[in-house]
Design a protein. Structure first.
Length: 252
């Protein structure tokens, strides 16, 4: 998934964020400052997250308009509801780079949806239809299983959801699973589409355009591609440029 075209909210790529157990008073120097002594650190269960990722992959590649994607979406909705969150499904049809009409189903799981003070944590759950960067060129038109670039981020969201009731942070939390993010133009697309990043992130583009005027979360964090082997997470350039205080808060 290409991140530079993800609009409206700038997301810092990160691992699990500590959540404030009590509301903290903003300071004059930094309205988003959080007293670290009032944070609850979560004991992250990697085995639980792995099981969530495996369950998604068991459906097969979750490419747009496929039965596997529908089944995976149903699974995600069911898990969020079982964990006590309020789930909204945002359905639409988007147009791919090749003119194909793609069903799009964004899944939004809200913890205390009535609260105005909110944060957003997001990932995407669809798979890339083409493995065009595989070293074996014969596989370039083969769908990607997307254990890392897709399933891993959603797995973390589900694990976060599992802890929210226990932690009971004094803010609202929106866990957003985007669809139709990885259908961007491959190298064999027409030249005018090949480098067009707007062909990616179709679900999040739609989501951002539907936001209510009074919906103003403190910040958002994108959790795509957090399941790779021996991953190291560094400061992300666009987030540092536009949201440095949030990046610092997350890494601290």
């Amino acid at each position: 998934m290409k991140l530079s075209s993800l609009v409206t909210l700038l997301f810092a790529v990160a691992t699990l964020t500590p959540l404030a157990c009590k509301s903290s008073k903003p300071t004059s120097d930094n309205a988003d400052a959080v007293d670290s002594s009032r944070l609850c650190r979560v004991t992250f269960d990697g085995d639980s997250a792995m099981n969530y990722a495996r369950a998604q992959c068991d459906f097969g590649p979750r490419i747009p308009n496929s039965a596997a994607l529908k089944k995976c979406g149903d699974y995600i909705v069911g898990r969020f509801k079982a964990l006590g969150l309020t789930v909204t499904e945002q359905r639409t049809t988007v147009t791919g780079w090749d003119g194909k009409q793609l069903g799009c189903r964004n899944i939004i799981a809200a913890f205390h949806p009535e609260r105005k003070d909110r944060v957003v944590i997001a990932a995407h759950y669809d798979s890339r239809p083409w493995a065009e960067k595989d070293a074996d060129s014969s596989r370039h038109h083969t769908p990607v299983m997307a254990a890392d670039d897709g399933a891993s981020g959603v797995a973390v969201l589900l694990e976060v959801a599992r802890h929210l009731t226990e932690l009971n942070p004094k803010i609202g939390v929106d866990l957003v699973c985007f669809d139709a993010e990885d259908y961007g133009a491959p190298y064999w697309a027409p030249e005018n589409k090949r480098d067009d990043e707007s062909t990616f992130c179709l679900g999040s583009q739609y989501w951002s355009k539907q936001l209510a005027a009074d919906y103003k979360p403190r910040y958002g964090i994108l959790l795509d591609m957090v399941g790779g082997k021996d991953n190291r997470f560094y400061f992300e350039g666009f987030s540092l440029r536009y949201a440095q205080p949030v990046v610092t808060k997350v890494w601290d």
